[in-house]
Design a protein around this ligand. Structure first.
Ligand SMILES: *Cc1c(COP(=O)(O)O)cnc(C)c1O
Length: 430
């Protein structure tokens, strides 16, 4: 049976399909490049697993204290190899990306030190960690100060500003690789390397931290490859490959990772404790799948950018720009269009396809927010998901897609929804 027949069963009309399919086909060359990066990274993961001699026994977990958990210890070795660092901490006890970042920073800063962000305002949730927004237990409360240097208008580092901001107290310089939900270019590993060299030249004692969320496996090298002292991320984003149901990682120098381990568990105990229970197979297999899952999410992002650009919407980043993360933003222009887009993602989901996303107030946000996700793992944003605040210009941010076919269908379904709701004129599909 012809593929369109299946799309038709899922509610896609012929003109929508033809329009989308034509754009998908036109991206073949782009997709080939992405697959080559995924292939490279796939081999990198396999090589790391060979070198660390992963056998069936490594997949079994421990209970209780988790002493001598060889599966956990060797997984951390595999992560260190893949992320080009001396050591790593990969644990289900690290609850999310914010926790991993907070842990890496807190454990490597001491009262009287200063944290310097050189990529401008950090991700929203870190405002409470730092104390930009008053919060119990923040750096501010511990006497750790904070300074920030914005990126330049072209999205590059402001080297002069960085040099001026560095002082005797500066202990850690932080870089956010992905734009997150800000409108600025994502930083490439190569650019990060230039900043590392620049800062180490001024003071080799300053540790460089990279928030690697959404950036893993989008390139052939990682921040550790260009000299970052530590990098951190969430396992329910790229490196968990959609299989990890919880967790976070920190990869970095022996010293930085050791500091983090003593803070995660306890001084004196460090990496030696922390039962992995039964979770290791999903961490190993998720990492193994991650290069191609990340590729699938990148294809979806490019496909959407191209589609919506063609339909006359403003998209960020633009369809033809080089990507170093998996997030795509589309300016929908109206509340109705934003809701329609999210409904399209939701009804294409494997789970909860029958629910309709509704805007609502969320703690920490000024405006109502709408979120669409029908996930196997709650809140996982490596699975196809979309959200946006209900305020002008009604920008939707979306990311993920465990397989290219799901990313493709999900995005096609947003166009279908906008056409059915008469927000997009069918004539535009010609
Ligand atoms: C998602 C994200 C975080 C926070 O991760 P959570 O798992 O949501 O806590 C931090 N930084 C960036 C750039 C992110 O994308």
């Amino acid at each position: 049976m012809d593929i369109f027949k299946m799309y038709e069963k899922l509610g896609i009309e012929e003109d929508v399909y033809a329009f989308c399919e034509d754009i998908w086909q036109g991206l073949a060359q782009r997709f080939k490049k992405i697959d080559e990066t995924a292939e490279y990274n796939q081999l990198k993961v396999i090589e790391a697993m060979h070198k660390s001699h992963i056998g069936e026994a490594n997949l079994i977990g421990t209970t209780g204290y988790g002493y001598d958990d060889i599966g956990r210890d060797s997984l951390e070795e595999v992560y260190a190899r893949v992320f080009d660092t001396e050591d790593a901490l990969v644990r289900p006890q690290i609850t999310c990306g914010t926790h991993a970042i907070s842990l890496a920073l807190f454990s490597n800063l001491r009262p009287g030190d200063e944290l310097l962000s050189i990529s401008g305002k950090p991700y929203d949730t870190l405002e409470s960690v730092i104390g930009i927004r008053d919060a119990k237990g923040s750096f501010k409360e511990y006497g750790i100060s904070y300074a920030e240097v914005d990126l330049k208008d072209d999205g590059g580092f402001d080297f002069e500003g960085i040099k001026k901001a560095i002082n005797k107290k500066t202990r850690v310089a932080a870089i956010q690789r992905s734009k997150g939900y800000a409108v600025r270019p994502t930083l490439s590993a190569e650019q990060i390397g230039e900043a590392v060299d620049f800062i180490k030249e001024i003071n080799p004692g300053i540790k460089i931290f990279v928030d690697n969320c959404y950036g893993e496996f989008t390139e052939r090298i990682e921040p550790g490859s260009v000299g970052a002292d530590m990098t951190a991320g969430s396992l329910i984003k790229n490196p968990g490959g959609g299989l990890a149901a919880v967790g976070g990682y920190i990869a970095g120098t022996k010293e930085c990772v050791e500091n983090a381990a003593y803070r995660l568990t306890s001084p004196g105990l460090g990496k030696e404790v922390g039962a992995s229970l039964g979770i290791l197979p999903s961490f190993y297999q998720g990492l193994f799948l991650s290069p191609f899952v990340t590729a699938s999410a990148m294809k979806g992002a490019i496909f959407a950018a191209k589609l919506y650009e063609r339909l006359g919407f403003e998209v960020y980043p633009s369809a033809d720009s080089t990507r170093y993360d998996i997030i795509q933003a589309v300016t929908m222009g109206s509340k109705e269009a934003l809701i329609s887009f999210c409904a399209g993602i939701q009804s294409a989901s494997p789970v909860d396809s029958f629910v309709s996303p509704e805007p609502s107030y969320m703690p920490g946000y000024e405006h109502e927010v709408i979120m669409a996700a029908g996930n196997f793992v709650s809140g996982s944003s490596i699975e196809l998901s979309a959200d946006g605040p209900l305020k002008a210009p009604f920008t939707v941010y979306f990311q993920g897609g465990l397989t290219p076919a799901h990313a493709k269908y999900g995005i096609m379904n947003t166009v279908q929804k906008l056409v059915s709701d008469k927000i997009i004129d069918r004539k535009l599909l010609k």
